[in-house]
Design a binder for this molecule. Structure first.
Ligand code: PEP
Length: 253
């Protein structure tokens, strides 16, 4: 039985006061669950990581970065290494988000190198994949997602250390979502692809998240699909009530 993971990507949002309040609100709520039936991960901007790690300490919420370098240290101005994230008390990191792939030219090879560096540093990794609107309209969704998985997921990746997030680029921040049939089709395909790369057992255990305009009103439906093991949430992760409403769909699940 795969555990659900509710992950929040704050992107480039939040100053100290808002970020700490958001982390505190979520930590207080998550702490009320004596035996949480789902995991929670939040990824604030680098500037807030230290304070959010401190605020969420011992709440059980997993805090991490939105990206990391593929290097451990050295002459890489502006970058943050996975070793530094680990040192700060982070438990994980997102790599290969479509905004990184598009805005920073990150290829599958780069995403894979970052994932490998993060695993080596002892972090859990959420690897994002997903097609653009043009690719979907050209009927290339499965080809694109399949090659991103093949190119971005490290060899020998293990469930519990690596999570895959399917985020159709056209659904991110747009309010649009694929149909539930389409989401299930892609997730089942990803699991099959992972089975070919990592073995059936690992593929069956690996958590596959859906991301792209997840909100309180559609979370239950999306999260009840057989191959959807959680959500990666952007906009709706910035408000305690919205993010908690999404997570709460898993309370009695
Ligand atoms: C994201 O950026 O990972 C995301 C899913 O954003 P949103 O929920 O705002 O679509």
């Amino acid at each position: 039985m795969r555990r659900k993971l509710i992950a929040g990507n704050w992107k480039m949002n939040g100053l100290t006061q808002d970020g700490v309040a958001l982390a505190k609100g979520l930590s207080d709520l998550y702490r009320t669950l004596t035996k949480p039936s789902f995991d929670m991960f939040i990824a604030p901007p680098f500037t807030l990581l230290s304070k959010v790690v401190e605020t969420a300490k011992e709440s059980g919420i997993w805090v991490g970065g939105q990206d990391c370098s593929m290097y451990d240290s050295g002459a890489h101005t502006g970058d943050v290494s996975p070793v530094m994230l680990k040192d700060l008390g982070c438990g994980g990191v997102i790599v290969g988000h479509s905004e990184r792939r598009a805005d920073h030219g990150e290829t599958n090879d780069i995403v894979k190198a970052k994932a490998e560096a993060a695993l080596k540093a002892g972090l859990g990794v959420i690897i994002c994949v997903g097609e653009t609107l043009a690719e979907r309209e050209a009927g290339k969704t499965l080809d694109v997602v399949g090659s991103q998985i093949k190119g971005s997921v490290p060899e020998g990746a293990k469930a519990g250390h690596v999570v895959i997030a399917y985020e159709p680029v056209w659904a991110i921040g747009t309010g649009k979502t694929p149909t539930t049939d389409d989401v299930q089709e892609v997730h089942a395909f990803m699991r099959q692809k992972l089975a070919g790369l990592l073995g059936e057992e690992t593929a069956q255990q690996m958590q596959l998240l859906y991301g792209g305009s997840v909100k309180p009103s559609n979370a239950k439906e999306l999260l009840s699909l057989p191959d959807v093991d959680g959500a990666l949430v952007g906009g709706a992760s910035l408000k305690v009530d919205d993010f908690w409403a999404i997570a709460s769909t898993q309370l009695s699940a």
